[in-house]
Design a protein around this ligand. Sequence first.
Ligand code: BES
Ligand code: ZN
Length: 471
Amino acid sequence: MSIDNLTSETQAALAYAAGRQEQHLAELLEFLRIPSVGTEPVHKADTEAAANWLAEAMRAAGLENVRLVATPRNPLVYGDWLHAGPEAPTVLVYGHYDVQPADPLDKWQTPPFEPTIKDNYIYARGASDDKGQVYIHVKSVAAYLQGAGRLPVNVKFIVEGEEESGGHSLAAFVPENEELLAAGVALISDTQILGPNQPALVYGLRGMCYVFLDITGPDHDLHSGSFGGGVDNPLNVLGHIVARLKEPDGRVLIPGFYDKVRPLTEQERRLLAEYPLDEAAWLRETGAPQSWGEPDYSLVERLGARPTLDVNGITGGYTGPGVKTVLPSTVHAKISMRLVPDQTPQEIFALFRDYVTAIAPPTVQVQCTFVHGGPASLIDYTIPAMKAAAAAYERVFGRKPVYMREGGSIPVVGLFQRYLGMQTVLMGFGLTDDRIHSPNERFYLPNYYRGIETAIHFLAEYAKRAMSAVG
Ligand code: BES
Ligand code: ZN
């Protein structure tokens, strides 16, 4: 690894960042204290407060045209700096300031919105997903603009507040703002690397089809003694329907579900087989008694390259303390399907609805609602921006990144591809045991600082590669 060939700008930015770690940490903790749970109405004002806080931090970094874009739900935050010169490329940084709900609260060892540092980790909701990671980019830009007076590339930021709840407002914004968002490449830090010292470039994400299933029987709750045996119970029906959605080994039973799944090539199976996942450590982290899934696929394949169907929650009937004897009138299930190329959310929803409608007994009414969705993405890992990311990781972590397909979803990647013809570099800094979406979410503090350094190098490496047009 060579540390030469750095421009004076890049050196100044690195020195700026190195001298301000304490301040960078204090600012992130402030951001994490704002409970911006984007999906919960009680946190509406907090979510807006987080957007405003971020906009202020972006202005302080030296970004221009910083503004909140009002939407029917949570505001988008936009900002740019476009003075790198006519030859210089543009990088579009994306992230999200909304966080997942913190429940179950009693499982947190420290309060979710009182960030706590323990053993080099910051514990807080949103620490890894995604406030800590998006703030890395605000600080890398600040390091250039405050430390060197300029950036090697033009940058634009678009940060949303609805990523965790489906990204409706951004999905409407992207197709209508092609020019505002135009850039050579998008840069996102919202993924995970393999280990504290082993970077990973994600070149695939699964897509999503999220469905609500509502089942109604009688028009009011009934006494389960007076009516049980004479009127069907929607909760029992829901159990039967869910049981027929997939085999116990994971194969989805919806007819046509796999029709569009692009088969894995031998070459990609070999690439994925090289991915050094420590399966025993991975399983230990889950706490589950054993791993599970489709028999004909390896764990790495099942996690990133195969589609899934999961029930995320069921409500209905009596769930309070003690007992109540009742046939509930209406019950609900929230079901997500993770998609792979070339499944589309619309087609998968139609297959789901047709199948569920066909297997539902005439004793109930079923309603399927499409809630949100986005296609899977695959990114060409040989493009110059990917090489710039690999070089930046290597400079800071001292190791080349591994390449992987991620099982989670970042719907905007597909939108950028489809509407802006733009590829995305997924240069993450989280760790697989950060417990995102779970109690005790955390972010490894050394990689917050390394993230800022890596982002500084990425902008320099990308400028170099894009301007000389060499790969
Ligand atoms: N940061 C995650 C995506 C992710 C998950 C990356 C796991 C790496 C590992 C993102 O914020 C997320 O959770 N997205 C949602 C999107 C969904 C609501 C459309 C997801 O994957 O559930
Ligand atoms: Zn995220």
